[in-house]
Design a protein around this ligand. Structure first.
Ligand code: NAP
Length: 330
């Protein structure tokens, strides 16, 4: 079968590899669609721990169960499924175990014609989505669901700022927050994306390349209850200034690096929380899919391309006007 393999530092190749052999408790899934995440790019660039050359990349996928090892799992055969990319979250819902990894490094991932996964990683595809849309959900959906609801405690009527609206995780967070009945604001890097967010239901926003904070704070009646961000850097202090008293800044990445200092004075006096978050537990994966089904959420798709073009698709992962996921269809 064809698979996208990390063969050397910075080098990915679409190569022929043996189809996975089933072992106890596993199902063989024929992938229909997979999507790219920034994580895949970081892995190629060597910016992730535990890099294994020869591993098949990919955390997101939707497919059909073609075969199972154990008779008891036979009802899965022929079902359309999304794959939970968590590996070994462990028993504590609050935090992942030290054995935790994510599908696609070091374990073989979804960028292949077939994958063998434990049956407990399978969930039915939400019925209102096609396989291209469903493939966009796992990693980004789980990350944004936990960050918004478990860590951020978001409730209807609250003000939330989704930072970096154009990002894969942020896109889903934006849709989830709207569906939850929050007042959703964004920041992003272009006027086009800002206008797109407003068309989709944002109450306002700003371009972080031109402004360092939300100037129309009066419109929010006191600031934000919650800010979700994956960039970090100096703007963390601007976020601290626009949070309401007892507001929360939840971050799931730090792609712009560290701030030189943090305004601890304002943080303690205004009872603010700075909260880290990563992916989510298995229960949250199920809850996220239920939420998507209940609210009939359709992930934004940037483009659908043939799987044979996956290497060139990585050239567009940082494209400035991209809004939504890059899907590769088998
Ligand atoms: N902890 C976890 O479990 C977890 C899970 C998923 C992702 N992540 C991390 O989160 C980050 C985003 O992942 P992704 O898959 O969503 O990547 P992505 O689709 O490439 O999105 C990255 C987005 O970051 C935004 N951004 C860049 N500089 C910014 C800044 N200075 N201020 C605000 N936003 C900025 C941009 O938004 P605009 O396009 O709007 O300008 C860009 O689209 C990555 O670093 C990734 O490794 C962590």
């Amino acid at each position: 079968m064809k698979a996208l393999v990390l063969t050397a530092p910075g080098k990915i190749e679409l190569v022929d590899v043996p189809k996975p052999v089933l072992s106890e408790g596993k199902a063989l899934v024929r992938l229909l669609s997979v999507t790219l995440n920034r994580r895949d790019q970081w892995i190629i660039e060597g910016k992730y721990p535990h890099i294994r050359f020869g591993a098949i990349l990919g955390s997101d996928g939707c497919g059909i169960v073609e075969e199972v090892h154990d008779e008891v799992h036979q009802p899965w055969v022929g079902q359309e499924v999304v794959i939970n990319p968590n590996v070994n979250w462990g028993p504590n819902p609050e935090v992942q175990s030290d054995k935790y990894t994510i599908l696609g490094m070091p374990e073989n991932g979804t960028f292949a014609e077939y994958i063998a996964v434990p049956v407990d990683r399978l969930q039915h595809k939400p019925s209102h989505l096609d396989h291209r849309q469903a493939a966009a959900l796992p990693l980004g959906g789980l990350t944004s669901y936990r960050a918004l609801f478990r860590k951020g405690g978001l409730r209807a009527g609250q003000n939330v700022l989704i930072s970096g609206f154009g990002g894969g995780v942020a896109q889903l967070a934006f849709q989830f927050a709207l569906a939850a009945g929050a007042n959703v604001y964004v920041n992003t890097s272009s006027e086009t994306k800002l206008q797109k967010a407003i068309k989709l239901g944002a109450k306002g926003g700003y371009n972080y390349k031109l402004e360092n904070t939300f100037k129309d704070l009066w419109k929010t009646k006191g600031g934000f209850d919650l800010i979700l961000d994956s960039a970090g850097g100096e703007q963390v202090n601007a976020f601290i200034k626009i949070l309401k008293p007892s507001g929360k800044l939840v971050f799931y990445g730090a792609s712009a690096g560290l701030p030189k200092s943090i305004d601890l004075y304002r943080m303690f006096w205004r009872q603010l929380s700075l909260i880290g978050s990563t992916m989510g537990n298995d229960e949250e994966f199920v809850q996220m899919l239920q939420f998507v089904s209940k609210h009939k959420i359709r992930p934004q798709i940037d483009s659908i391309r043939p799987f044979s073009k996956i290497i060139s698709a990585f050239n567009d992962i940082g494209a400035t006007n991209r809004v939504g996921k890059i899907v590769l269809e088998m």
